[in-house]
Design a protein around this ligand. Structure first.
Ligand SMILES: Nc1ncnc2c1ncn2[C@@H]1O[C@H](COP(=O)(O)OP(=O)(O)OP(=O)(O)O)[C@@H](O)[C@H]1O
Length: 250
């Protein structure tokens, strides 16, 4: 139990007659990278929303590091260490890279912010921002307007914003969506680098990337978990292959 970062038990989300997820139970261990795959409409994003607290109309329970967070709102889950990125990039496109990260850093330190800007507080912000620029490979683009960056770099910036509070659990919804082929490799490397030491749930339709990043794959179809296993095992699973037939079977 102590090794479990995040756990869902019998989670069901219904939209009228449709069960977007249907009795999903799974435990996500500390420090492991999980790939969440399945055809369109399988319920992957809904599950991430439930875990992040953005979808709270569900049955079943959610535990985070042993604590019941089923009724805990999203901003409190963020304080507990759950960070989430979205399918569609959420950055301030008109602002510079630096200002985007500055806002994220200010939110991080907001609880300690004095009414005057103390030099020590400024130094702490600057240190966090510099470290994130370095980690995301954006140091040379710090003064660029975020919306003018390539899509891969915009996603890197979004990842930097998500990482600013130093989440112990990272929920990533299609971080490679829209990223050009020439940037897939560097983006995949970045995801791998920032995943170290964290529990990561990753939804991704790029099969090569998700198979190389994940230690365990959870396969969903029609709202249910239909297979769980190591990437190689899942690649050769007959049920999984049949679910993908008609989609990207290769
Ligand atoms: N707000 C909503 N109202 C009604 N139905 C919804 C809502 N959100 C999701 N659904 C439905 O729930 C099911 C699961 O959707 P979800 O977005 O979780 O799937 P997904 O596996 O993430 O799909 P994709 O890979 O296409 O993003 C789908 O049939 C979807 O149409």
């Amino acid at each position: 139990m102590n090794d479990i970062a995040l756990k869902c038990d019998g989670v069901t989300v219904s939209y009228g007659a449709l069960k977007a997820i249907d009795g999903v139970s799974h435990s996500f261990e500390k420090g492991r990278i999980y790939g969440l795959i399945g055809p369109n409409g399988a319920g992957k994003t809904t599950l991430l929303n439930v875990l992040a607290g953005r979808q709270m109309r569900h049955s079943g329970s959610i535990h985070c590091f042993g604590a019941d967070i089923t009724r805990t709102p999203p901003h409190e889950r963020a304080h507990l260490g759950i960070g989430r990125s979205f399918q569609i990039t959420k950055i301030f496109a008109e602002m510079t890279v630096l200002d985007n990260l500055r806002i994220a850093a200010q939110i991080k330190h907001s609880r300690f912010q004095p009414f005057w800007i103390a030099p020590r507080y400024e130094r702490r912000l600057a240190g966090d921002i510099d470290a994130m620029l370095e980690l995301t490979g954006l140091t040379a683009r710090r003064d660029a307007i975020a919306g003018t960056l390539s899509y891969g770099l915009q996603r890197a910036l979004e990842l930097g914003i998500t990482l600013m509070p130093d989440p112990r659990i990272l929920l990533l919804d299609e971080p490679l969506a829209g990223v050009g082929q020439h940037e897939i490799e560097s983006s995949t490397r970045l995801i791998k680098a920032v995943s170290a030491g964290r529990t990561v749930l990753l939804i991704e339709h790029n099969m090569d990337a998700i198979m190389s990043l994940s230690e365990e794959i959870v396969v969903m179809s029609n709202g249910r978990v239909i297979a769980v296993g190591a990437p190689e095992q899942i690649r050769n699973d007959a049920t999984v292959r049949s679910v993908y037939l008609g989609e990207d079977a290769s």
